[in-house]
Ligand binder design. Structure first.
Ligand SMILES: Nc1nc2cc3nc(NCCc4ccc(CCO)cc4)[nH]c3cc2c(=O)[nH]1
Ligand SMILES: [Zn+2]
Length: 372
């Protein structure tokens, strides 16, 4: 009988790992991409759509669900799985990043963070314990600790003090929900900004705490791709090799391939769903924007190599028309394709690690996406 948090590595190819992570709502095959369902829904898609494209796990958000409809309301309805009718695993972010990135007005102290609701301006306070209680109410399979994600360009002294508080908060989160006290598992979050020594310090402090997995936070915050990859390759291989490694908020198709090559197992990003809504679509030949006039009478599918519902049933001409007409179906068909593309890329990555051809797969996409 496997236990939530069990992590079994089946194959490696360089630093890349092919593994299985056990959660209370089923096993997850990694490397994995997690579609973002901030408010308990992946915008414009149904759970059936997500199951059809083999989404194994989706991401929800403590900050948003706490403010609306309320984590207590969700708990009274049996938790987020029941409320949203999603039977597979859910990971919830702790809200740290959202408070720091969405809120101008907020007060940070050792106790936690005070902020105002973006909905009605009411005042709220997240302590580490409160952030865990909300995730307990939501019933997510993987909980994230409350952390401070320092902004891009934060100086070394501030970054150092911040990571030390994030470690103290991480300990408080773990103590508030000890390992094995329920079916939900908990990940620590490595901070340290763009300072390699501080990244190592954050990791050394966190690995003392018994988390089922570790995330890399503080990236995808406005830095260049080179700066992200530099930190990524420095810290990912140093993270516990027997536990899942999750790179938060990342990224483009090339970022996913780079992350896997550095030893990362889990990813989430709003990019595929958000870009779908502005007509930017990912294909095996690179990125295209469907609103371009050249597609007005193009009767070919979006991506001839894609097996998704959108590519099997509609032409670029029709998808362009829907976009220009601001039809709701444009969101749905574009989102369906982009997420299918990301999930299929991860499926190709898993197979490539199993048969030792990951480098070739990475080179293929680097060529297709070279123009950025
Ligand atoms: N708890 C926690 N959560 C995080 C979430 C993050 N998400 C990101 N980046 C997402 C950035 C991002 C935002 C929007 C778009 C689409 C439009 O361009 C793409 C990426 N970085 C992140 C860092 C943290 C972090 O340290 N701690
Ligand atoms: Zn498609």
């Amino acid at each position: 009988m496997s236990t939530p948090g069990d992590f079994k590595i089946h194959a490696t190819d360089g630093e890349a790992r092919r593994a299985t992570l056990t959660t209370a709502h089923g096993d997850i095959q990694t490397p994995i991409f997690m579609p973002v369902g901030t408010q308990g829904t992946v915008k414009s898609l149904t759970p059936l759509d997500l199951e059809e494209m083999d989404a194994q796990i989706i991401l929800g958000n403590t900050y948003h669900l706490y403010l609306r409809p309320g984590d207590d309301l969700v708990a009274r309805r049996g938790g987020l799985h029941k409320f949203a009718n999603w039977k597979r695993p859910i990971l919830t972010d702790s809200g740290g990043f959202q408070v720091f990135s969405l809120q101008e007005i907020r007060k940070l102290s050792e106790e936690g963070v005070e902020f105002r609701s973006y909905i009605d301006g009411s005042k709220h306070f997240f302590s580490p314990e409160k952030a865990i209680d909300i995730q307990k109410n939501l019933g997510s399979d993987i909980m994230m600790v409350l952390d401070e994600c320092v902004g891009y360009g934060a100086d070394k002294d501030y970054t150092n003090k911040s990571l030390e508080m994030t470690t103290r908060w991480a300990k408080r989160c773990r103590d508030h929900y000890p390992k094995g006290s329920g079916g939900q598992i908990m990940f620590g979050i490595v901070q340290g900004g763009f300072y390699k020594d501080l990244r190592e310090k954050s990791l050394e402090q966190l690995r003392e705490i018994d988390f089922e997995g570790f995330a890399i936070g503080g990236l995808s915050v406005g830095e260049s791709t080179k700066e992200m990859y530099d930190i990524l390759h420095h810290i990912a291989p140093k993270m516990p090799s027997d536990k899942p490694r999750y790179l938060m908020g990342v990224g483009t198709p090339l970022d996913l391939l780079e992350g896997v090559s550095a030893g990362v197992d889990m990813f989430d990003c709003v990019l595929p769903s958000r870009n779908a809504r502005n007509g930017t679509l990912f294909t095996s030949q690179g990125k295209i924007n469907i609103k371009r006039a050249e597609f007005a009478e193009d009767d070919s599918p979006l991506d001839p190599e894609c097996g998704c519902y959108t590519c099997r049933n509609f032409t670029k001409a029709y998808l362009r028309h829907l976009y220009m007409a601001k039809e709701l179906l444009s969101y749905r068909l574009n989102t369906y394709h982009n997420l299918y593309f990301y999930l299929d890329l991860m499926k190709q990555i898993r197979a490539a690690i199993e048969n030792g051809t990951f480098a070739e797969l990475k080179a293929k996409y680097e060529a297709a996406y070279a123009k950025g």
